[in-house]
Design a protein around this ligand. Sequence first.
Ligand SMILES: Cc1ncc(COP(=O)(O)O)c(C=O)c1O
Length: 366
Amino acid sequence: MSIAQEVRCRADLDTPALCVDLEAMEANIAAVVRACAAHGVAWRPHAKCHKSVAIAHKLLAAGAIGMTCAKLGEAEVMAAGGVTDLLIANLVVGPRKLRRLAQLRRVADPIVCVDHPRQVEALSGTMCQQPEPLRVLVEVDIGLQRVGVLPGAPAVELARRVHGSPGLQLAGIMGYEGHLLQIQDPDEKQSRVAAALDLLVTTAEQLRAEHLPCPIVSCGGTGSFRYAVAHPGITEVQAGGAIFMDEFYRTRCQVTDLQYALTVLTTVVSRPAADRAIIDAGRKTLNMELVMPRVRDRQGIEIVSLSAEHGTLRLAPEAQDLQIGDRLELIPGYGDLTTVLHDRFYALRGDTIEAVWPLDARGRLQ
Ligand SMILES: Cc1ncc(COP(=O)(O)O)c(C=O)c1O
């Protein structure tokens, strides 16, 4: 019997279980699509948070133009599932990966990033022997100080090299403003994101002034999506975790207009003290690196620590009626690092399980 046949409603779920509230997720998708449409910007959501072909198709049906992937392996899984317009927002390095990329180009239309002439040379060396060219974005460092060539002249120079390389098609530029997500003051956040994105847009204008093609100017994660989507000159945004929402986006990034769609259902397995309860979810089920997960819809319960397979809750007097066997719904601290601990999502509409979605690209780190 398939999992979907075994479990029909929330009560059938054993715990811990990774759950998606379909109504909330659909509302989040609609909110992002509306914001993109209002500004004439395309949406290429990051698939790194769901890694699911079924969710990717749901996003495409809602208006996404393709998927953004973190790894070549993720893009391969998406392509095998019929998703072909794929931005690998990363550098693809090494002969094995280049061979796989050439193979991927035969069944899909991927885009890859570069930030150094050596990557351009290697990509061109592989792709010049292929029937179709590979789309390439120049990744620009707009302040994150992770990867990326500097904006302005260095980016233009690298773009010129891509443009002149056989087998490659210059498709534009991308940058990620991830260093600015957690600025608490909204005015400061708005102005600093705008300044970072200006670096990207100005670089795009410099490319065009040099008659270099730059149809794509891509940026924008969930934590800064509202600013990115409204920034003149941006052509597409990558916000992905927006479909799920989590405590990191809400409390650290001040994202207030999306609903919690992702939860982890857990069971109380021990009540060692009046003010302490233990749940069946620890660090192998939840992630606490950025923000602690939170118990949903119950007052007076705080998650104080996670060991590998146990979560420790502190109970205020009003919550001390909690019993062994009670089930609690948790909001993940950071969805992105939580989903990948699980094999599947249980997609619920109300209390009914409408679908079971595997995380198809989970573990595809290469
Ligand atoms: C390149 C890139 N784009 C976008 C994002 C934002 O992703 P999300 O919208 O899921 O927070 C990230 C997050 O790490 C990223 O590395």
